[in-house]
Design a binder for this molecule. Structure first.
Ligand SMILES: Nc1ncnc2c1ncn2[C@@H]1O[C@H](COP(=O)(O)OP(=O)(O)OP(=O)(O)O)[C@@H](O)[C@H]1O
Ligand SMILES: [Mg+2]
Length: 381
């Protein structure tokens, strides 16, 4: 933490050279793995390049931990029976999943809770927009270079509450392709003078080091409200200024994409939404009947449903239900089944009907109309 040192120590006449030992890139990680695994008996399917590609943000100590975990699982498999057991590719990849890299341990990263994109029902358009705006720049920087354009810097997801914005980003973090740094708007704000701006700079610096990375500013309306209107002695204004500076790349961002999410886009400072900043606006609409059916299927993947349950028919009756309501409905139905009998083995149509009396539609038509009007204004240009 060089910034934490007494500046007098870093004066030009005292300690006058500074050498930064950054995070290893994929090629370096591969070389490190080669060396770390030099004495480890490896099966033929081991592909260290693939392991290196899966470990952005890992420092050499993390890679050593991967080696240890992989060796332990190989040893357990061979215990007693086959003392010549070797480390396989699957051991290494499992180990990658279980090691939490040091560079990400400072908090602020998004726990995916084991979610994957398969857990997310519907949202096809939103997923496609995110793939283009988030995964392309990270996976195909050469294509952007060839066409002579900069990759989009940021995306703003907006839509009514409970639409799955946060959920989708958690699933994206779980896909393992990139490091996700997440903050909630309010978390950064309530700090001492000057601390919030420092936290913003620190966030972007750490993401830059862990590239390819994604910075997720959840509830960004709290973080970047219209300037000049606040009552908190200008803290919010200074945070907006710091965010704009970072987004404009005072320190050039390499392979870092920023995604914001909000259910009140009109509160965000317009300067945040200019090209080069959160330029791509993606509307997450309230789910229609087909989308609700998809969401019910995804949310109910592990719920044993009785034969009399028709999710499509159910979905078509759930007008005004958000994605969160649909998920809550299934949860409530399962609880209803449990209340009847703790040994309940399936959830029936009757349970769902009871649950519908407890879980009401939460979408507010006025708010939805407002958001749709906003979406129309934006797409008209
Ligand atoms: N597409 C989906 N498929 C399955 N479940 C979903 C989906 N979208 C949302 N859910 C469920 O709804 C819950 C709430 O969604 P989430 O918190 O992501 O909404 P949000 O859009 O971030 O709302 P807010 O604007 O209030 O922050 C999730 O935890 C999940 O259980
Ligand atoms: Mg949210």
């Amino acid at each position: 933490e060089p910034e934490a040192l007494d500046p007098r120590l870093r004066a030009p006449d005292l300690v006058d050279r500074e050498l930064s030992v950054g995070l290893p890139d994929a090629a370096t990680r591969r070389a490190l793995l080669e060396r770390l695994l030099a004495d480890v008996p490896r099966a033929g399917d081991v592909d260290l390049g693939a392991v290196a590609a899966r470990t952005p943000g890992f420092v050499v100590a993390d890679l050593a931990a991967v080696r240890r975990e992989a060796a332990v699982s190989a040893a357990l498999r061979g215990a007693g029976s086959d003392p010549s057991e070797q480390v396989r590719q699957s051991d290494l990849l499992d180990a990658v999943g279980s090691v939490r890299p040091i560079s990400l341990s400072g908090g602020g990263t998004l726990g995916s809770g084991g979610l994957t994109l398969d857990d997310v029902g519907d949202m096809t358009e939103v997923k496609a927009a995110l793939t283009e705006a988030v995964l392309w720049p990270l996976r195909h920087p050469d294509s952007f270079a060839r066409l002579g354009v900069d990759a989009p810097r940021g995306v703003l997801l907006y839509g009514p509450p409970g639409g799955g914005k946060t959920f989708l980003l958690r699933a994206l973090a779980g896909s393992g392709d990139l490091n996700v740094f997440a903050v909630k708007g309010a978390e950064l704000l309530d700090k001492y003078v000057g601390e919030s701006e420092r936290a913003v700079r620190e966030l972007f610096r750490r993401a830059g080091e862990a590239a390819p990375a994604l910075i997720f500013l959840d509830e960004v309306d709290a973080l970047a409200p219209r300037r000049g209107g606040s009552t908190d002695a200008g803290v919010a204004d200074r945070v907006v200024a710091a965010l704009l500076t970072e987004l404009d790349g005072a320190t050039p961002l390499r392979e870092v994409v920023v995604v914001g999410a909000t259910n009140r886009p009109e509160l965000i400072d317009p300067a945040m939404l200019r090209p080069g900043r959160l330029e791509r606006l993606v509307f997450v609409p309230p789910p229609d009947a087909a989308a609700r059916a998809d969401i019910l299927r995804a949310a109910g993947r592990d719920v044993p449903l009785a034969d009399d349950v028709d999710l499509d028919a159910l979905a078509s009756e759930l007008d005004g239900y958000s994605a969160a309501d649909c998920a809550a409905l299934l949860r409530e139905a399962a609880l209803t089944a449990m209340r009847e009998s703790l040994d309940a083995g399936e959830v029936t149509a009757a349970h769902l009907a009871t649950a519908r009396r407890a879980v009401r539609a939460s979408l507010d038509p006025a708010q939805v109309a407002e958001l749709e009007a906003y979406a129309r204004r934006r797409s008209d240009g």
